[in-house]
Design a protein around this ligand. Structure first.
Ligand SMILES: C[S@@+](CC[C@H](N)C(=O)[O-])C[C@H]1O[C@@H](n2cnc3c(N)ncnc32)[C@H](O)[C@@H]1O
Length: 360
């Protein structure tokens, strides 16, 4: 594309301008695509392609009981974005093994439709958020669209299925204790995906899932019942700074420590509720310490979700610390040690997660 920049010739670098316009076009396509990915997931379009592909648009429509004209347009948008494979010779669409792994396999650790559900529904808060930018007021997690909670569960759940037990194994002596029978508190548990995973893995232990959001706890209870672990999982509606219980062998926080209004106060409370040789495992979004090193595609996603949900939630609570979802190891260590922990180390990481162990 050639853009006439003669009026601003002194200040505009045409190559940089073209690059930014190109980036914007990709982003615009991605933004509107998010809603289409949610539709493809909910109406079973990806699943139909995975299970029965290659298919024509009419066959996809027939299999999913949807209208062909919509499906045809959707398929072409998907193919243009690399989410679906198109064969011009047969006019059929299919998912490659990689596309199926990301879009149609709910158990894969890189299953993305849940993430699209999360970001597409989180964006609905935009009018309130715009106002919050002006006033500085917070927006609580509970004020979001219900799909934010379901999307979060489906986004993070598969990665807990894949990595959680390795993360626990990397803690000092915790796996052995839990095998024998220990006490776990999972704080900020949401719909309870990691809570239930731990209950399944450690049948001799008891797990308490804690969250301030009553509706999330109600869903978590249903999930535990359905998973057949309700006998060893309890749930409590409480804040991370005020939950009950003492002598926990393990306290866990999955992708929620930075959401807390008073993370130092939370650390102090965890310290009080842990046994003397207990461990606190904190799983946070992957982040480098220096801002310039977080300016990556993943950093962009994390900062954007943080602007829309994590930081507003923290600002809505007492203290309003606003740690943010790209705090990184050094800042997290500072907050945790300020709350009274003496030992803190990174025990594991994935491209999207950092795992820390804090000990009294
Ligand atoms: C991003 S979600 C993570 C949910 C869950 N840990 C997971 O990984 O699936 C953050 C959770 O923190 C909870 N939360 C936020 N502030 C809290 C607080 N002060 N005390 C307890 N829970 C809190 C929210 O209700 C929400 O369920």
């Amino acid at each position: 594309m050639t853009i006439d920049t003669r009026e601003d010739a002194d200040s505009i670098d045409e190559q940089k301008l073209n690059d930014l316009v190109e980036t914007s076009l990709v982003d615009l396509g991605a933004t509107i695509h998010a809603a289409l990915a949610v539709i493809g997931d909910e109406l079973g379009l990806y699943t139909a392609l995975d299970e029965s592909g290659p298919l024509t648009s009419a066959e996809v429509a027939e299999e999913t009981d949807t209208a062909e004209r919509y499906v045809r347009e959707w398929l072409r948008a998907q193919a243009a974005g690399g989410y679906v494979t198109y064969n011009p010779e047969t006019d059929r669409y299919d998912l490659s093994p990689e596309q199926a792994y990301v879009l149609a396999n709910e158990d894969s650790p890189v299953f993305m439709p849940g993430a699209f559900q999360l970001v597409a529904s989180a964006a609905k808060i935009e009018p309130d958020l715009r106002e919050a930018f002006r006033t500085g007021e917070g927006i609580g997690w509970h004020e979001h669209d219900e799909d934010v909670f379901h999307g979060t569960e489906r986004f993070f759940g598969p990665s807990y299925g894949a990595f959680l037990l390795d993360w626990i194994a990397a803690l000092e002596g915790v796996d052995e204790k839990l095998q024998a029978g220990g006490r776990i508190a999972d704080v900020g548990c949401g719909h309870g995906a990691p809570t239930i995973r731990m209950a399944e893995a450690y049948p001799n232990s008891t797990v308490v899932g804690i969250d301030y959001h009553e509706e999330s706890i109600a869903v978590a209870r249903e999930r535990a019942e359905a998973a057949g672990v309700a006998d060893r999982v309890d749930f409590e509606v409480a804040t991370a700074r005020g939950y009950n219980g003492t002598d926990y062998d393990l306290v866990t926080m999955f992708n929620c420590f930075h959401d807390m209004g008073d993370p130092v106060g939370v650390a102090a409370h965890v310290r009080e509720t842990l046994s003397d040789d207990g461990a606190w495992m904190i799983v946070e979004p992957y982040a480098e310490d220096r801002v310039e090193d977080t300016l990556t595609p993943f950093g962009r996603l994390a900062y954007s979700i943080s602007t829309v949900a994590c930081t507003p939630n923290s600002l809505s609570q007492d203290v309003g610390y606003g740690l943010g979802a790209q705090a990184g190891e050094e800042r997290t260590r500072d907050v945790v040690t300020e709350g009274g922990f003496t030992r803190f180390r990174r025990t594991a990481e994935t491209p999207t997660s950092l795992v820390f162990e804090a000990k009294p």
